[in-house]
Design a protein around this ligand. Structure first.
Ligand SMILES: [Zn+2]
Length: 244
């Protein structure tokens, strides 16, 4: 039965091939006329378009547009507050030369990754210890944003940093956000984030009483096998305003 079936298939295939070999009404000269016609009409056809897709991820292109840059357009030092290591300001306390993004290694990083706030502490020695980041204060818990495209590397509570998040941005650049009141949905270890994407709310979580503020660190170096983000070296991004 199987052999009959195979033989039947061959007969059918032969019939189909035969039908193509003898096509009624389609002679060689007809085909040449068709070719001549298409050759005559070719100059009327538009040149084929070469569509080139730029080698840029949609996320990166999107992030370069201004509406994905939700950071403050101006930045001030907090008034009526003693701000350690404050950068130069104008008479209205606005930080001189402030711009929303600076370059660290080859990564564009936000200086103030939040919806609103003022600088309440700069980078440097404070009370005989190195303050490894920038503090931004606001009267209520505002949104905090990813300072660049990145991946969540650490998300935990610590007595000193409270609810803390560390993002990795590539090229050995990382950012830390501390004292968050809460984490945004989906901000789990391994999650991919775009520049300007909400990551949580400013807060005052820690084992001691502190005002509502974001403690923000920009870090460079190699991730530690044991120490994790604490193996990295903090960078003063405010100093970058006068560098690049
Ligand atoms: Zn701080």
């Amino acid at each position: 039965m199987a052999i009959n079936s195979i033989r039947g298939n061959w007969i059918l295939t032969g019939a189909i091939i035969g039908a193509f070999l003898v096509i009624p009404g389609y002679s060689k000269s007809d085909r040449n006329d068709d070719l001549a016609l298409s050759a005559r009409s070719t100059p009327l056809l538009p040149e084929p378009l070469e569509v080139r897709v730029p080698e840029m991820s949609f996320a990166r292109l999107y992030s370069q547009l201004d509406y994905r840059n939700p950071f403050p357009k101006t930045l001030s030092v907090c008034p009526s507050m003693r701000v350690s290591n404050a950068p130069p300001t104008d008479a209205g306390l606005e930080i001189t030369g402030y711009r929303r993004l600076v370059t660290v290694n080859d990564v564009k990083i936000a200086i103030a990754p939040m919806k609103a706030g003022c600088l309440s502490s700069g980078f440097g020695i404070r009370a005989e210890r190195l303050h490894k980041g920038l503090d931004y204060h606001y009267r209520e818990p505002v949104e905090i944003y990813a300072a660049a495209d990145g991946i969540v590397r650490e998300r935990k509570y610590r007595d000193d940093y409270g609810n803390m998040l560390v993002l990795e941005h590539g090229s050995g650049v990382f950012t830390r956000y501390a004292h968050l009141q809460s984490f945004a949905d989906g901000v789990e270890i391994g999650a991919t984030l775009n520049l300007g994407e909400p990551i949580g709310l400013m807060g005052n979580t820690a084992s001691y009483r502190i005002p509502i503020h974001l403690h923000y660190e920009v870090l460079v170096g190699e991730w530690g096998d044991q120490a994790g983000s604490f193996a990295l070296t903090p960078v003063n991004v405010l100093a970058k305003l006068s560098e690049n």
